[in-house]
Design a protein around this ligand. Structure first.
Ligand code: FES
Length: 79
């Protein structure tokens, strides 16, 4: 598995809606962080689907190394 690109070493807050599905960028190359914009083509990565269980703010991983993808677990502090 190739290493993902670190888009930034801080999470991105997104206001999600319950029941709505989002496509998180796993490769780190999207220009629309933290979500996929199709830039993963040819990288070996594919986006990860995330369906919100509740409406509210969620912190999505942008370093792409979180152990709880697509959400931040603080791993960016160790990179
Ligand atoms: S642009 Fe990164 S997974 Fe699609």
């Amino acid at each position: 598995m190739p290493e993902p690109t670190i888009a930034q070493k801080a999470p991105v807050k997104v206001a999600v809606e319950a029941g709505k599905t989002y496509h998180w960028c796993a490769c780190g190359k999207s220009q629309n962080q933290p979500m996929c914009d199709g830039s993963h083509r040819g990288t070996g990565f594919t986006p990860m689907a995330y369906t919100a269980d509740v409406t509210g703010d969620k912190w999505f991983c942008a370093c792409k190394h979180s152990g709880t993808k697509p959400l931040c677990d603080g791993t960016h502090k160790k990179l």
